[in-house]
Every structure is written in C-alpha cells, then in structure tokens.
Design a protein around this ligand. Structure first.
Ligand code: FAD
Length: 401
C-alpha cells in the first residue's frame, strides 16, 4: 500500500515523456496514477497511432542523461541495448550523373547518436513502471476536463465497443498533475483557462511519409548501418535510420504542393529516380514504393511554443504538450525527457514549496525549449541543402573555432 501521506501525482499521457515523469515521481515515493487515452502499447493488438510501422528516432545525450538520472540501475542499459549507434550522416547525391555517398562524422572524438524504435523505448519505460508498487495504469482513459484550483480531473472511459462503461465519465482528485499528452494536449487546453498562457503554433510547409526498407536478400542491412542516411534535395529530403532487425525506416519530407503534384501525376517512381539516387529498386522495389506512398499517411508537422508551463502548485505540462517541434534536429523527444530531469531537479531543491519550483521551472525552461524549437526549424536547411556543399565541413569547423 502507499504511504497515506504520499502525494497523489497523476500523469496524463503514457508516451515516452509521461512514462519517464511517472518513473521520476515514483522513485520519490509519490502515489502515481498514469492515465492514457490509448490501450497499453505492449499489447500486441495495439497499432501505433498515426504510423503504419512504428517510428524510429535518434536518442541523444540529452535523453540518455535524463534516463540515467532516474537512479534506476538497469534502465539506461535496457534502453541502449535496443539501439544502433549512428556515428555520422551518410549523404547520398548524384554528382555529374554519378551516384556518390559521402560520410560526414558527427564528432571527432567518436560520439554518436543512437537510432531506436520509439515504441521500444516506451515499452521499456512502461515495464519499469509496472514493477513499482506505487504506480497504477489507467489505459483507455481520455482526459476531458481539469479544475486546477480544486485539483479535480475528469476522464472519459474509451474501452472496446462492448465495454459496458464505455463513454462513462469519472472524476479524479489529485495533488499534482503532469500533462505529457502530446502536441494536441488537453492538459494545455485546460491550463490556459487558469493561467495567462502565451501560445503560438505553426504548421510548416512540409509533410512526411514513412517507408520501410527491408533487410537485403542475404538478411543484412541494405546500407551501412551506423549512419543517418540523407538524400538532400532542398525542397524535399529522404532520410533513413537503421533498425535492429536490419531494416531501415525511411521518411520522405516534401512540401504540401509537392505531395499534391505527386498524388495528381502518380509519378512517384520518376520522382524518386530523379531525386534520390540509389533508392529504387535497390532499397525498395517499384511496387513497394508505390504501395507505401499510397497507403502510408502524409502527415503534417507542427511547431508549438507556449509559456508558462504551470499553474500554482497543481499542474505542469512537459514534452510535446509544452513545445512540440519539427523533427529536423532530432531533439523533440530528447528535449521532453530533459524536461523531466530539469523539473524534478528543481522540485528536489524546494521539497516543501512546489509552487516556487514550478514557477522557476517555467522561467528556466521556456528560453531553452524555445531555442531548441528554433534550431529544429532551422535545421531543415542544414539537412536538405547545406550538407551538399563541398566545403561544408571545413566551413563548419572554422565557424566553431
Ligand atoms: P507523445 O509521444 O505524443 O505521447 C502523448 C501521449 O498522450 C500519447 O500516448 C497519447 O495517446 C496520450 N494522450 C493524448 N491525449 C490524451 C488525453 N486527452 N488523455 C489521456 N492521454 C492522452 N524526437 C527525437 O528526440 N528524436 C528524433 O529523431 C525524432 N524524430 C521524429 C521524427 C518524426 C517524423 C516525428 C513526427 C517526430 C520525431 N521526434 C523525434 C519527436 C518525438 O516523436 C516527440 O517529441 C515525442 O514522441 C514526444 O513525446 P511525448 O511523450 O511528449 O508525447
């Protein structure tokens, strides 16, 4: 049983950021209830939201350090065991009609990014949470209302259609709410009614569509695995990150009008042949490319800035709920994991004054998070254009001197 005096912390959203926040609260002895709209993603029946296949992403020092600071000895090893190091970028270009690949290392001292499956990371965090006696999960629960003054939250049960309590509302009392419910956060929406929050959102003129590059006929990777592969084409870009099963997950980024033109003309094979050398048919067959282009969704990219992130001592938003960003800097989730570390560091500093801690968190975190948002927007140009310049590395090195 929980200590009767334990704080009741409720976490909204069991994505990577909510799950890590739940772990941080649980190791501090809070009574933690995690509410998640969707089913448990460890259930084999669960299909990842929005994605035909699970998304893979780059985990960086920022994220790894935040996982390490939980104090759970096996967590970082469990996560890193499921990653593939990417020591640099591999730039794929056609030069004078010839297909070339150019590796560009990230770090002279050999540091790397780690490619990993987002669902895999999320599962590892949920497994660790499950083993803690002071954590409860409430899947199929959609947050629909919050009163941050009375510390009450309302949820709608979203179970299978034959669930007798489907659609029923429940009321929950809490001491502290952490909203980690993603870019379209309900917590943020309700927080805005209690705190004068400045808010800005932008949909950029790029959509993304995911592709699967299977292992080769020999069962091996079809490309060198320890790189983030980029086919830079200014207005469009194709990238591929390695998976542990020797496949790659690739993503096409293209303007909305570019996608509309491809939809209308059906010339997706020609487009890939002209723009992205070496992709078809050696990585993806013509039929697969056409099929995946048509079947997989063409999804928008949102960038959100807001501040402050909290109300009094009763609630705070973290992760994409606070600062959804475009993916070009590979830092959206990493920054969200870092939010958790920074928040709990500050709360540890003021164990008896959460209102003060949350205020300091908002003040300290806002400029950092907004800077990462800006860098992410700017990094499209770096990935899609600047990496092609022959003196790129030298110039960058000189800039850094
Ligand atoms: P989410 O992952 O969105 O989780 C929110 C959770 O809240 C979900 O489980 C949702 O079901 C639940 N929820 C929503 N509403 C409610 C409600 N009303 N009630 C209850 N639960 C609710 N980041 C990186 O660091 N590196 C990368 O390389 C990278 N690549 C990316 C590539 C692409 C194409 C995209 C789109 C994103 C990428 N990101 C990357 C960003 C990363 O995916 C997000 O920043 C990260 O998933 C945010 O985690 P989160 O836990 O804050 O939100």
């Amino acid at each position: 049983m929980y200590p009767s005096m334990a704080e009741k912390t409720i976490i909204i959203g069991a994505g990577p950021v909510g799950s890590l926040a739940a772990l941080y609260a649980a190791v501090r002895g809070h009574h933690v209830d995690v509410y998640e709209l969707r089913p448990d993603l460890r259930d084999p029946e669960t299909i990842p939201l929005n994605f035909a296949k699970s998304i893979n992403l780059a985990l960086s020092e920022r994220g790894i350090n935040s996982l390490a600071q939980t104090g759970l000895p096996n967590l970082v090893d469990a996560v890193l065991n499921e990653t593939i190091p990417m020591h640099g970028r591999m730039i794929h270009l056609s030069k004078n009609g010839e297909y070339t690949r150019e590796p560009q290392l990230y770090d002279a001292r050999g540091k790397s990014l780690s490619a990993m499956d987002r669902t895999g990371l999320n599962k590892t965090l949920l497994d660790h949470l499950e083993s803690m006696p002071n954590v409860n999960f409430f899947f199929h629960h959609k947050l629909i209302g919050v009163d941050f003054k009375k510390r009450l939250a309302w949820f709608e049960r979203h179970h299978h259609t034959d669930d007798p309590v489907r659609g029923f509302e429940i009321e929950v009392k809490f001491d502290f709410m952490i909203g980690a419910d993603g870019a379209h956060s309900a917590v943020r929406y309700h927080l805005m009614k209690f705190t004068p929050m400045s808010y800005q959102q932008e949909y950029i003129d790029k959509l993304w569509c995911q592709f699967h590059i299977p292992p080769g006929p020999d069962g091996e990777f079809r490309l060198p695995p320890n790189y983030l592969h980029i086919w830079p084409q200014d207005e469009s870009m194709f990238i591929a990150l390695p998976n542990q099963d020797k496949s790659f997950t690739a993503t096409l980024f293209l303007t909305r009008s570019g996608f509309e033109q491809l939809d209308a003309s059906g010339q997706v094979i020609d487009y890939f042949s002209n723009k992205f050398p070496g992709v078809i048919p050696s990585l993806i067959t013509h039929d697969e490319l056409r099929k995946q282009y048509t079947t997989n969704q063409h999804l928008p990219l949102i960038s959100i800035k807001c501040t402050p992130y909290h109300f009094g001592s009763s609630g705070v938003i973290l992760g994409d709920a606070a600062h959804a960003m475009v993916p070009f800097y590979g830092q959206g989730m990493n920054a969200g994991l870092e939010d958790v570390r920074v928040l709990f560091d500050i709360m540890d500093k003021y164990p008896n004054d959460r209102a003060k801690a949350l205020k300091e968190y908002s003040e300290q975190r806002t400029p950092d998070a907004q800077t990462i948002n800006d860098l992410a927007l700017r990094n499209y140009r770096e990935m899609a254009t600047d990496v092609k310049k022959p003196l790129y590395l030298l110039r960058k090195w000189l800039e850094e001197k």
